[in-house]
Ligand binder design. Structure first.
Ligand SMILES: *[C@@H]1O[C@H](CO)[C@@H](O)[C@H](O)[C@H]1NC(C)=O
Length: 536
């Protein structure tokens, strides 16, 4: 089988090396919902071609997100190519397409806002003479449409930029399409995060789930509690995210229509929070403290005073309406050993049910976050353990075992949910594992139509045990692209052969834009990866 595939790939190689035009349909990723491409071809002249505001689009004047995106996409379309925008073969040159006009129809196209869960990303593209148009309600739809337009452009063997006459109507199937990065197991330089945001925009992802702190390190530099990173980061100066860094990430993401949702996971996963005195539970060995510490201590008032101040700051620093509060994998052993906690359990009437203690803590933190007018996301255990959560809570399902039953349960209880379980991309194996991610169908579980509506999306998760700046991009891309098409395109878009052929070209496009995405199989790109490249 493997050998047959090698032979097949060799055949494909010969075909694509023969110099035929590459069909633009062949590289769209994720595939738009409705698409009509005709054989009529236009030429783009890099000297005269323009991406401009439509004359009808008065509301978008001064929209800097859009102006910056025009510049970016012009560069992605024409790049370093030396093409003169003229066919040199003398067989008659196709008509020229002079402009892409972008029309935002809303009276407030949200240029100065941040993208939200409910933001529209719908857009329409018409490519025909003399100008192409991209129409969307707001700036977020325009960003998605610009990416699609850039994917429609291809080059012939004379490096002339061409585009077919095309009609596209498109909108995402799911509204939450996330990538999780973990900056605690390894510190990721800001530049790597920004590069990931670029790659996310090439794949129409719209949420950066920033798992910013965890057991191994606390790189977030708090204004209120600077000791947290001073003592909890791998290095108190070089391996932290300052307020300026965080703001830069949020703005870069906003310019690409991407929400930033920070995760401050408690009460477990907090070994690095040692910069705050008396926050973690001292574990006991018999009568005496053992010198080690467990989860956050839920029995002390000071814990909640601290949490109140910390989340007040976090709510201000991160503008998104949601904060992820974690709540996964709490180990009860240390709590069990500690006499203060035992006493607290008795006073509260929890008996020996430590899940009640956990719920007590989580409930308090949820109330604190609610008081800051934020919504929250939580890992599934918080729901499983019966903590009272607000109706707009997003429950993230991460356990692969019983995943479908969990989706049924969460949605039956009326909560919105996102799926992460099948998309832990840090788990690697030999071969084409993107196919496995691609074939997941998030709505295949027992439930009513109303229940299925509560599934608002999913996340590709790249946990950081074996990931740092050296291998992040190649491990994430193009494997996360499989998730992006599943979450954006129609359910019926699920043919593996078609996906393979488009994804191979999409991966080459990412290479060309400077992302060292790993190969899917045997083959080559017209432009091979040349090492890091500075864009912007
Ligand atoms: C685009 O136009 C070319 C040239 O006419 C044609 O060969 C190709 O099939 C067209 N692409 C699609 C997807 O129709």
């Amino acid at each position: 089988m493997e050998r047959l595939m090698v032979a097949l790939a060799a055949l494909l190689l010969t075909l694509s090396a023969s110099g035929d035009l590459v069909s633009p349909y062949g590289s769209l990723w994720p595939l738009p919902h409705s698409l009509a491409i005709s054989p009529e071809v236009y030429r783009l002249n890099r000297v005269t071609f323009q991406i401009v505001h439509s004359p009808e689009s008065t509301a978008s004047v001064g929209c800097s997100i859009l102006d910056n995106a025009f510049r970016r996409y012009f560069y992605y379309i024409f790049g370093d190519a030396a093409g003169l925008g003229q066919t040199l073969d003398g067989t008659g040159s196709p008509d020229e397409l002079g402009q892409l006009q972008v029309l935002l129809t809303a009276s407030d196209p949200e240029c100065t806002q941040h993208p939200r869960l409910t933001s529209s990303e719908t857009y329409e593209i018409t490519v025909s003479q003399p100008t192409a148009t991209l129409k969307s309600e707001n700036v977020w739809g325009a960003l998605r449409g610009l990416e699609t337009f850039s994917q429609l452009v291809y080059e012939d063997e004379y490096m002339t930029h061409l585009i077919n006459k095309t009609e596209i109507t498109d909108a995402p199937r799911f509204s939450h399409r996330g990538v999780l990065l973990d900056t605690s197991r390894h510190y990721l330089p800001v530049k790597v995060i920004l590069e990931t945001l670029d790659a996310m925009s090439f794949n129409k992802f719209n949420v950066f789930h920033w798992h910013i702190v965890d057991d191994p390190s606390f790189p977030y530099q708090s204004i209120t509690f600077p000791e947290l990173s001073a003592q909890g980061a791998y290095h108190p100066v070089t391996h932290i995210y300052t307020l300026k860094d965080v703001q830069a990430v949020i703005e870069y993401a906003r310019e690409r229509g991407i929400r930033v949702i920070p995760e401050f996971d408690t009460p477990g996963h907090t070994q690095s929070w040692k910069g705050q005195k008396n926050l973690l539970t001292p574990c006991y060995n018999g009568e005496k403290p053992s010198g080690t510490f467990g989860p956050i201590n839920p029995a002390l008032n000071t814990t909640y005073v601290f949490m109140k101040q910390l989340f007040k700051e976090i709510s201000k620093v991160f503008p998104d309406a949601y904060i992820h509060l974690g709540g996964d994998e709490v180990n009860f052993e240390c709590w069990k050993s500690n006499p203060t906690i035992t006493e607290f359990m008795q006073n509260q009437g929890f008996g020996s049910d430590y899940r009640k203690l956990e719920s007590f803590y989580v409930q308090s933190v949820l109330d604190i976050v609610t008081a800051n007018l934020k919504g929250y996301m939580v890992w599934q255990e918080v729901f499983d353990n019966g903590v009272k959560i607000k109706p707009d809570t997003v429950v993230e399902v991460w356990m692969a075992r019983n995943m479908k039953a969990e989706l049924s349960k969460v949605t039956l209880a009326g909560f919105t949910t996102i799926l992460a379980a099948p998309w832990y991309l840090d788990y690697i194996s030999y071969g084409r594992d993107w196919q496995k991610y691609y074939q997941v169908e998030p709505l295949h579980f027992n439930g009513t139509i109303a229940q299925k509506k509560l599934v608002i999306g999913g996340e590709a998760c790249l946990w950081g045990e074996y990931i740092d700046a050296t291998n992040l991009a190649s491990r994430l891309w193009p494997r996360a692209s499989a998730v992006s098409e599943r979450l954006w395109s129609r359910e019926e878009t699920n043919d593996l052969n078609d996906a393979y052929s488009r994804l191979t070209k999409h991966r080459c496009r990412m290479i060309r834009r400077g992302i060292p995405a790993e190969p899917l199989f045997v083959g080559y790109c017209d432009y091979e990866y040349q090492g890091c490249k500075e864009f912007n």
